[in-house]
Design a protein around this ligand. Structure first.
Ligand SMILES: O=P(O)(O)OC[C@@H](O)[C@@H](O)c1c[nH]c2ccccc12
Length: 266
C-alpha cells in the first residue's frame, strides 16, 4: 500500500514539473538578508519556540482554515517566538507559498518553509519568497539527494533543518551537514506521536549538533521535557493553531517559553 508520504511525494513531483515549466527567477547577484535560525538558537538563553502556521494536516484534518497568516505571525513575533514555520503545501496542509510571502512582509523573524522539498527549484522558490530555512526530510530522499539539496540551500545562505524519525536515519542525515537537526516525534507513516523519540535520538548524537524537537508538544511540561533531553528548541503547530483568539495564542506561546534552557549541549 502507498503511504501518505509516498502520496505527498508524488504530488511534489507534479508540482516541480509545473514549476519547471513556469521558471523561478531571482537575482543571484543581489543576495538578500538572511535571518539565521541556527545562530538564534545558539545565542538564545531559553528554549527556542518555532511557532507554526498550519491550517490542516493529513493526521488531524482541519485545524483552523480561516486565518490571516500575517496577523498570526505578528502575534507569534510579539509573544517572543524564535522563528515561524509556514506550511506551504496546498494539497495536504491547505497552505501556499503566498502565505510565506505574507509572513515575510509581516515579521523579521527567521522563517522556515515547511514543505516536502525534493528539487532545487523548490529551494529557489523558497529563497525568492523570503524564507530563511528549508526543511529536508531524511525519509523522503535518497542519501545523495539529501546532501546535494542541503549543500545547494546552504550555498544560497539558507539554513537547512533536516528531519529524522529515528536513529536509523542519523548517518544519512549527518552526512548532509544540516544547520539544524529536527527530530520528529510523529511517525509520518502511522502518525503516532512519542516524545521519547527525541530522547532516544539525542542520546545517539554528538554534542555539537543543534537539535530541535518537532511535533506533539502540547504544553510547558512537554517543552520542559524536550529541553531536558537536550533540544535547543521545539517546533509547535497544533497547540497554537487550535486557538482562534489571538490573545490565547500569545498566552499559550508565552507559557511554552517558561521551559528552562537545555544544559550540557550546545
Ligand atoms: O502540530 P504539531 O504536533 O505541534 O507539529 C508541528 C510540526 O512538527 C509538524 O507540523 C511537522 C513536522 N514535520 C513535518 C513535515 C511536514 C509537515 C508537517 C510537519
Amino acid at each position: 500500500m502507498m503511504s501518505i508520504l509516498d502520496k505527498i511525494l508524488e504530488t511534489k513531483r507534479e508540482e516541480v514539473a509545473h514549476l519547471r515549466a513556469q521558471g523561478i527567477s531571482f537575482d543571484r547577484g543581489a543576495p538578500r538578508e538572511i535571518h539565521s535560525l541556527r545562530q538564534k538558537l545558539l545565542e538564545g538563553t531559553k528554549l527556542g519556540v518555532i511557532a507554526e502556521i498550519k491550517r490542516r494536516s493529513p493526521s488531524k484534518g482541519v485545524i483552523q482554515a480561516e486565518i490571516n497568516p500575517a496577523t498570526r505571525a505578528r502575534v507569534y513575533e510579539e509573544a517572543g517566538a524564535t522563528a515561524i514555520s509556514v506550511l506551504t503545501d496546498r494539497t495536504y496542509f491547505g497552505g501556499s507559498i503566498d502565505d510565506l510571502r505574507a509572513v515575510r512582509e509581516a515579521v523579521s523573524l527567521p522563517i522556515l518553509r515547511k514543505d516536502f522539498v525534493i528539487d532545487e527549484l523548490q529551494i529557489d522558490e523558497a529563497y525568492a519568497a523570503g524564507a530563511d530555512v528549508i526543511l529536508l526530510i531524511a525519509a523522503a530522499l535518497p542519501n545523495e539527494r539529501l546532501q546535494t539539496l542541503s549543500f545547494y540551500a546552504q550555498d544560497l545562505g539558507l539554513d537547512v533543518l533536516l528531519e529524522v524519525h529515528g536513529t536509523h536515519e542519523l548517518d544519512a542525515a549527518l552526512a548532509a551537514k544540516p544547520s539544524i537537526l529536527g527530530i520528529n516525534n510523529r511517525n509520518l507513516h502511522t502518525f503516532e506521536v512519542d516524545l521519547g523519540v527525541t530522547e532516544q535520538v539525542i542520546d545517539a548524537l554528538p554534542d555539537d549538533v543543534v537539535v530541535i524537537s518537532e511535533s506533539g508538544v502540547l504544553g510547558m511540561v512537554d517543552a520542559q521535557r524536550m529541553a531536558a533531553a537536550g533540544a535547543r528548541g521545539v517546533l509547535v503547530g497544533e497547540l497554537l493553531m487550535r486557538h482562534e483568539d489571538l490573545g490565547d495564542v500569545a498566552t499559550c506561546l508565552t507559557a511554552l517559553q517558561m521551559a528552562k534552557a537545555p544544559v550540557g549541549r550546545r
